[in-house]
Design a protein around this ligand. Sequence first.
Ligand SMILES: CC(C)(COP(=O)(O)OP(=O)(O)OC[C@H]1O[C@@H](n2cnc3c(N)ncnc32)[C@H](O)[C@@H]1OP(=O)(O)O)[C@@H](O)C(=O)NCCC(=O)NCCS
Length: 148
Amino acid sequence: MTKPVVSLREITAETVRAICELEPHQAQSGFVAPNAVSIAQAHFNPAAVFRAIYADEMPVGFIMWRPDDDGASCFLWRFMIDGRHQGEGYGREAITLWLESLPPQGYKLARLSYVPGGAGPHGFYLARGFLDTGETRANGEKLMELAL
Ligand SMILES: CC(C)(COP(=O)(O)OP(=O)(O)OC[C@H]1O[C@@H](n2cnc3c(N)ncnc32)[C@H](O)[C@@H]1OP(=O)(O)O)[C@@H](O)C(=O)NCCC(=O)NCCS
């Protein structure tokens, strides 16, 4: 069987409900906000960009980012693959697509923060080339970055 093609697609009135129903495994719920909350927050942050992650024609996840104030770096604000679709390589493909889209827009650095914890995404991001900055945000999240 051929590997599904992963794409980042705009969310529409027709697809928004399906995207809001995507959720990580219950044990991962502390690592990322529900997609409906992220989409609502994006409406109050005009610089935020969000996309659904598709594997072929099937919605499997959600990604949202925003430019930092310096204009040179971009912050990965939300990223998730539905629990039923994890472990298929979709997360890796999706973040690769996102990272590849940044230099043509002038970004030199990708940044993110994560909730530390056993089943958390730290190892996933390390394997994608992100490095710990050593900084911790007031909410306890740790910062990572990747020079593009
Ligand atoms: C992190 C997440 C997006 C990964 O998505 P995924 O589609 O399951 O990941 P993939 O199948 O593409 O995995 C790619 C590789 O990363 C590894 N990997 C996946 N999750 C990992 C984790 N939490 N820690 C370490 N490695 C991980 C896989 O084993 C795979 O390794 P390989 O390249 O050796 O085969 C997904 O687990 C998720 O949605 N987690 C809950 C929400 C979350 O934590 N989001 C991040 C908010 S900052």
